[in-house]
Design a binder for this molecule. Structure first.
Ligand code: HEM
Length: 377
C-alpha cells in the first residue's frame, strides 16, 4: 500500500498533468453523464459508477496524480446520483473503500472537492460537467481562475505572518497579496454577468448536496471551499472572528490541501496580522507611526487588501441573496453548510476589521487594544 504524498498537488505543472489524465477511461462516461442527468436516468448513472469504480488493488498502481483524476471522475457520479435523490454509496458500496484509498493517497477528504471539480478538471471536449450548460462552465472557470492566485496569496500571507509590520517589505508583500486577491473580484463579476441566480438555485445547487461516506457527512464541491477564508485567518480571523465564522472556517478546512491545513493550524496558534498592527499602534498610534514610518505604509496596504476582500464579498453577497431568496431556493442553506446571514456577518466583520487599519481609529487607545474582544490565540 503506497503512502500519501508530500507532493504539492496545487502546483501548476502538476495541475496541468492531472487535467490530461483519464485513469478510469472515463471520458465517454463523463460526457454521457450530462445526458443521464438531463433524463434523470438514475439506473444508468449508477451502473456507470459501478463500472468505473476500480479495485483498491488497481488504485495502488496509480500515481498520485492519477488518484486525483480518479477522484474527480468518480465525484461527478457521486454528486449526480445524490442530486437525483439517492445516497451513492448505498447503491455502489464497492466505491467506499476506493474513496477512502484515493483520499488517503492524496491526503484529502474521501470525496471530490471544488478543486477536483474545477481546477483539476480538463477544459474543452473532455470537461467534466453535471449539465453541459455554459453557465456551469462559467462557474467552474470562476474557481479555476482564482486557484493559482489564492495558492500564491496564501504563501505571501505565510510570509506576512512572520514579518514585523515595521518592516518596509511588509507593505510591498501585502500589495502583492492584494493583486492576487483581486482575481476574486474578477471572478465574481464574471459570474454575476454570466450565471443567473435561477440557474444556480434550481439547476446546479442540487448537485452540491452532501453525501455520507462510511457515516461521515461530506459536503459537495462548491465554491465555498475556495480558501479566501484562509487569508482572513492569517490577517485577522484567527483571533478577531465571531464563533459562527470560526466554526464555518474550521468545518471548511478539511476540504483543502495539506499545505493549507498546516497554515491554518499555524495561524490558529499565533496573533493575527491585524492584532499585531493594533498592538504596534499601541496607545498613541500617531506617535507609533512617527517612530516607525513603515507602520503607516503597512496599515495602508492592509486597508487596500481588506477593501478588495470587502468588494468581492459585497458582490458575492448580492448574487447569494438572489439565489437563496425564499421564492427561488430549493435549500435553506448553502452547499458549504452555511447561510446567507453568515455571509452578511462575514462582510460586516471584514469591514469592521478594515477600520482598525486606520491609525486614528477608535479602539487603539488602550495598550493591547481590543484585547478583551480577542479570542485567546
Ligand atoms: C451563483 C453564484 C454563487 C452563489 C449563489 C454563492 C453562494 C454562497 C453561499 C450561500 C455561501 C455560504 C456558505 C455555503 O455555501 O454554505 C457561499 C460561500 C462562499 N462562496 Fe459563494 N456563491 C456563488 C459563487 C461563488 C464564486 C464564483 C466564488 C469564488 C470563486 C465563491 C466563493 C465563496 C467563498 C470563498 C465562500 C466562503 C465565505 C467567504 O469567504 O466569504 N462563491 N457562497
Amino acid at each position: 500500500m503506497k503512502s500519501p504524498t508530500d507532493l504539492d498537488l496545487g502546483n501548476p505543472i502538476r495541475t496541468a498533468a492531472i487535467r490530461e489524465l483519464d485513469p478510469l477511461a472515463a471520458d465517454l462516461a463523463c460526457f454521457t453523464l450530462r445526458r443521464q442527468n438531463a433524463d434523470v436516468d438514475l439506473p444508468a448513472m449508477t451502473g456507470a459508477l459501478r463500472d468505473l469504480t476500480p479495485t483498491v488493488e488497481r488504485v495502488d498502481t496509480f500515481s498520485t496524480e492519477e488518484c486525483v483524476a480518479a477522484m474527480r471522475d468518480l465525484g461527478m457520479f457521486l454528486g449526480s446520483i445524490r442530486r437525483h435523490g439517492a445516497e451513492p454509496l448505498e447503491l455502489v458500496p464497492a466505491a467506499t473503500p476506493v474513496l477512502h484509498e484515493l483520499g488517503r493517497r492524496t491526503d484529502m477528504v474521501p470525496r471530490d472537492t471544488v478543486h477536483h471539480y474545477c481546477t483539476w478538471n480538463p477544459v474543452g471536449d473532455r470537461q467534466r460537467m453535471y449539465t453541459g450548460d455554459v453557465q456551469e462552465a462559467y462557474l467552474q472557470e470562476s474557481v479555476r481562475m482564482v486557484f493559482p492566485h489564492l495558492r500564491e496569496g496564501l504563501e505571501l500571507a505565510s510570509r506576512l505572518s512572520d514579518l514585523a509590520l515595521e518592516d518596509a517589505k511588509f507593505a510591498q508583500l501585502t500589495d502583492e497579496l492584494t493583486g492576487h486577491t483581486e482575481t476574486m473580484v474578477q471572478s465574481i463579476d464574471m459570474v454575476v454577468s454570466h450565471v443567473s441566480p435561477e440557474f444556480f438555485a434550481r439547476t446546479l445547487r442540487p448537485y452540491f448536496e452532501e453525501i455520507t461516506v462510511d457515516g461521515r457527512v461530506l459536503l459537495g464541491p462548491a465554491a465555498a471551499q475556495v480558501p479566501l477564508w484562509l487569508i482572513d485567518q492569517a490577517i485577522w480571523a484567527s483571533d478577531r472572528s465571531e464563533p459562527e465564522y470560526s466554526e464555518f472556517l474550521r468545518d471548511s478546512i478539511p476540504y483543502s490541501l495539506r499545505r493549507w491545513r498546516e497554515l491554518y493550524a499555524h495561524w490558529d496558534r499565533i496573533p493575527s496580522v491585524v492584532s499585531r498592527l493594533v498592538d504596534s499602534f499601541g496607545a498613541d498610534a500617531e506617535e507609533a507611526v512617527r517612530r516607525a514610518p513603515a507602520l503607516r505604509a503597512s496599515a495602508e496596504a492592509l486597508a487596500r487588501l481588506l477593501r478588495v476582500i470587502v468588494v468581492f464579498r459585497g458582490r458575492h453577497l448580492g448574487i447569494a441573496k438572489k439565489a437563496y431568496d425564499a421564492d427561488l431556493r430549493l435549500y435553506p442553506l448553502g452547499s458549504g453548510g452555511a447561510s446567507v446571514e453568515l455571509l452578511k456577518q462575514i462582510v460586516d466583520l471584514t469591514r469592521a476589521t478594515s477600520q482598525l487599519t486606520r491609525p486614528g481609529a477608535r479602539g487603539h487607545g488602550h495598550g493591547a487594544a481590543h484585547g478583551g474582544e480577542r479570542r485567546s490565540a
